[in-house]
Write a protein that binds this ligand. Structure first.
Ligand SMILES: Nc1ncnc2c1ncn2[C@@H]1O[C@H](COP(=O)(O)OP(=O)(O)OP(=O)(O)O)[C@@H](O)[C@H]1O
Ligand SMILES: [Mg+2]
Length: 245
């Protein structure tokens, strides 16, 4: 076992071919140590979502290598990759992607059902309690606020006890107070349970909850900030996004 939950080595992802091709990631090498919270920031189109998708095994790099807890993803069959994603990776998106006809507990249990396992009720209730929704198990998404729905999505991502939790702007659709609730929850999972979280965000306040901020520009790592305040992160982003003369 390595101390890194995820390792990327010279990861390049190109879309399209020939003159029309776009290099979304350009030789990116990054480590995500276990028990740490990393935010990924950068201008629109800088490759943040692509980075997350490659690191989570949702997309395959054009070249380079990705390892999850020591397992090399390159060369895994689609089936092995699907199993690895299902058993070892959690993902939350900006859109909560809950099924409206299912209750909170049914939504949370879904990944286990899809894996052909019977979801233990106590475990479903436990993760709902972890995200502060113990009393909401029987509610449907339409009966819940945005923050509550995102917490259901979080519980659904956690039901399989993933080694790494990825979030692509998980607080992007939330107002700032609700967003802070979700971020506090994520921070607590890292501090109390030693989970590993990688989160894309545009928001310097959200990024300040992370231990480290990785900055992407044009598909390359442009630097890192460690333990930075929201003000420091905002200042760095403003310089990044300034149009060069
Ligand atoms: N499926 C695709 N086909 C072609 N090009 C793509 C595809 N997905 C992404 N790209 C391109 O790759 C680059 C990186 O996109 P990506 O979605 O990773 O950026 P991002 O940093 O997440 O941006 P945003 O902040 O707007 O979400 C962009 O130039 C984008 O147009
Ligand atoms: Mg994106």
């Amino acid at each position: 076992m390595t101390d890194d939950a995820i390792r990327l080595r010279s990861v390049t992802r190109r879309y399209g071919t020939g003159g029309m091709s776009v290099t979304a990631l350009d030789e990116v090498s990054l480590d995500f140590p276990r028990g740490t919270f990393t935010a990924v920031m950068g201008p629109s189109g800088s490759g943040k979502s692509t980075l997350l998708q490659c690191a989570a095994g949702l997309d395959r790099p054009t070249s380079g290598s990705v390892t999850v807890g020591g397992t090399e993803l390159t060369g895994l069959s689609e089936r092995r990759l699907t199993l690895l994603r299902r058993d070892r990776i959690g993902f939350v998106f900006q859109a909560f992607n809950l099924l409206p006809s299912l209750t909170a507990e049914q939504n949370v249990a879904l990944p286990l059902r899809l894996a052909g396992r019977r979801p233990p009720k106590a475990r479903v209730r436990e993760v709902l309690r972890q995200v502060g929704l113990g009393e909401r198990a029987r509610h449907r998404p339409t009966e819940m606020s945005g923050g509550q729905q995102q917490r259901v999505a979080l519980a659904r991502a956690l039901i399989t006890r993933p080694e790494v939790l990825f979030g692509d702007e998980p607080t992007g659709a939330l107002d700032s107070r609700t967003g802070r609730e979700v971020l506090t929850l994520l921070r607590g999972m890292v501090d109390r349970e030693g989970r590993t979280i990688v989160m894309v965000t545009h928001d310097p306040v959200a990024a300040s909850y992370a231990d480290r901020v990785v900055l992407l520009v044009d598909g390359r790592v442009d630097g890192e900030l460690t333990g930075a305040s929201a003000e420091e992160i905002a200042g760095r982003m403003a310089r990044l996004e300034a149009v060069p003369c």
